[in-house]
Design a protein around this ligand. Structure first.
Ligand SMILES: *Cc1c(COP(=O)(O)O)cnc(C)c1O
Length: 391
């Protein structure tokens, strides 16, 4: 069977009633036949039938052994970090998601866990950094917002020589386009808030593991810490996943058209999109990803915060908001939004110029989106500029 068919039919019909849609089991506890004798469910923090459908579904989508659902992407990441103990080290991609950086640095470093941030697109950096103390090698591919791609297979080979687990935050690619376990990764993270749920209507996180030993550990921590996803949000995420392959295909086709348009526009200095042959990691992206996704970043020739602000407040279809992966197109200005807390020099070093704008392409018609961008670009050169308000 093809992937789309498999996903739709991996969501089971309800055994009790025949309901074609997964029932939302809004319950805290389950009646037992005798003390300790039950149908696999005793208390809803430990296990909930609606959440279990989602957990089994994401495991199947990622070709893993087991899946786990959490109240946010960061709760999922936090659960994985609890595999570590004092003295353990993490080697992590340098332009890691800001929330992960905050959790690593400001929460876990005080427990004696050291994090070494490196550019994982260069394999030599990885071989130099990984050592006997390394417990996790943490990558994102593509990264945010410059869409850097790391070679998951080679990194996994290096990490496994030192018995370190490879964690891939697969949020930007989604399993419709990339399955890191096939390249040797051990643990997959998702902010399901983004492409998996796909409609900008909830916050959720997922973990998938590739071994029974890891599944046991994560299950234990999930239940011990309790940051689980609620039944209704589990249901919404399942519903989102039903259309994931379809959405990723259309979103990526839209993004390709927009990235190619941007690349030839005179007002644009540089475009970051893994589907462009000009992208530095294009070849590895092509090996790892079926689709290149919906996130595009670009820098204006007039590289100023003012020019970027004019653009960001002039679009009508692209709404100015953080986050990504929904059906409605969004845009953001990392220098003054998502990456505001990073010192200017460090931000620029990471390739996030003053005028860098990140697009999250949605499901609108590509022609309309290109027109929206063209019209907003014209505004950059207007002397008498007034923002349109809430765009
Ligand atoms: C959004 C995001 C997260 C955090 O997920 P939340 O659902 O917001 O907690 C983690 N990693 C990446 C790559 C993200 O984009």
């Amino acid at each position: 069977m093809h992937e789309t068919t498999k996903i739709i039919h991996a969501i089971p019909v309800d055994e009790l009633t025949g309901a074609i849609s997964v029932p939302i089991y809004q319950t805290s506890t389950f009646v037992q036949q005798a003390p300790g004798v039950h149908k696999g469910f005793d208390y809803a923090r430990s296990n909930n039938p609606t959440r279990k459908v989602l957990e089994d579904l994401i495991a199947q989508l990622e070709n893993g052994i087991a899946g786990f659902a959490f109240a946010s992407g960061l709760a999922a990441i936090d659960c994985v970090l609890k595999l570590l103990k004092t003295g353990d080290e993490i080697v992590a991609v340098d332009d890691i998601y800001g929330g992960s950086f905050r959790l690593f640095t400001h929460v876990y470093e005080k427990f004696g866990i050291k994090v070494n941030y490196i550019d994982t697109t260069e394999i030599e950096n990885v071989s130099d950094a990984v050592n006997e103390k390394t417990k996790l090698v943490w990558i994102e591919s593509p990264t945010n917002p410059t869409l850097k791609i790391s070679d998951i297979k080679t990194i996994s080979e290096i990490a496994h020589r030192y018995n370190a687990w490879v964690v891939v935050d697969n949020t930007f690619a989604s399993p419709a386009s990339q399955k890191p376990i096939e390249f040797g990764a051990d643990i997959i993270i998702h902010s399901a808030t983004k492409y998996l749920a796909g409609h900008s209507d909830l916050i959720a996180g997922l973990v998938v593991v590739n071994s029974n030993a890891l599944a046991e550990k994560i299950k234990f921590i999930q239940n011990a810490s309790g940051g689980i996803l609620a039944p209704f949000d589990s249901w919404l995420t399942i519903r989102g996943i039903e259309t994931l392959p379809l959405r990723m295909e259309k979103i990526s086709a839209n993004a390709q058209i927009i990235a190619e348009y941007l690349e030839q526009d005179d007002l644009i200095e540089k475009v970051f999109y893994p589907g462009l042959t000009s992208h530095i990691n294009y070849h590895i992206a092509k090996q790892q990803q079926k689709y290149f996704g919906g996130v595009i970043s670009f820098i204006l020739k007039e590289d100023t915060v003012e020019a970027a602000t004019k653009f960001c407040t002039s679009t009508h279809l692209f709404k100015l908001a953080e986050s990504l992966g929904g059906v409605k197109s969004l845009l953001c200005h990392p220098a003054s939004m998502t990456h505001k807390s990073i010192p200017v020099e460090k931000r620029k070093q990471a390739g996030i110029a003053d005028s860098l704008i990140r697009l999250s392409v949605g499901l609108e018609d590509a022609d309309d989106l290109v027109d929206d961008i063209k019209n907003a670009l014209v505004k950059i050169n207007l002397k008498e500029f007034t923002a349109i308000g809430i765009n």
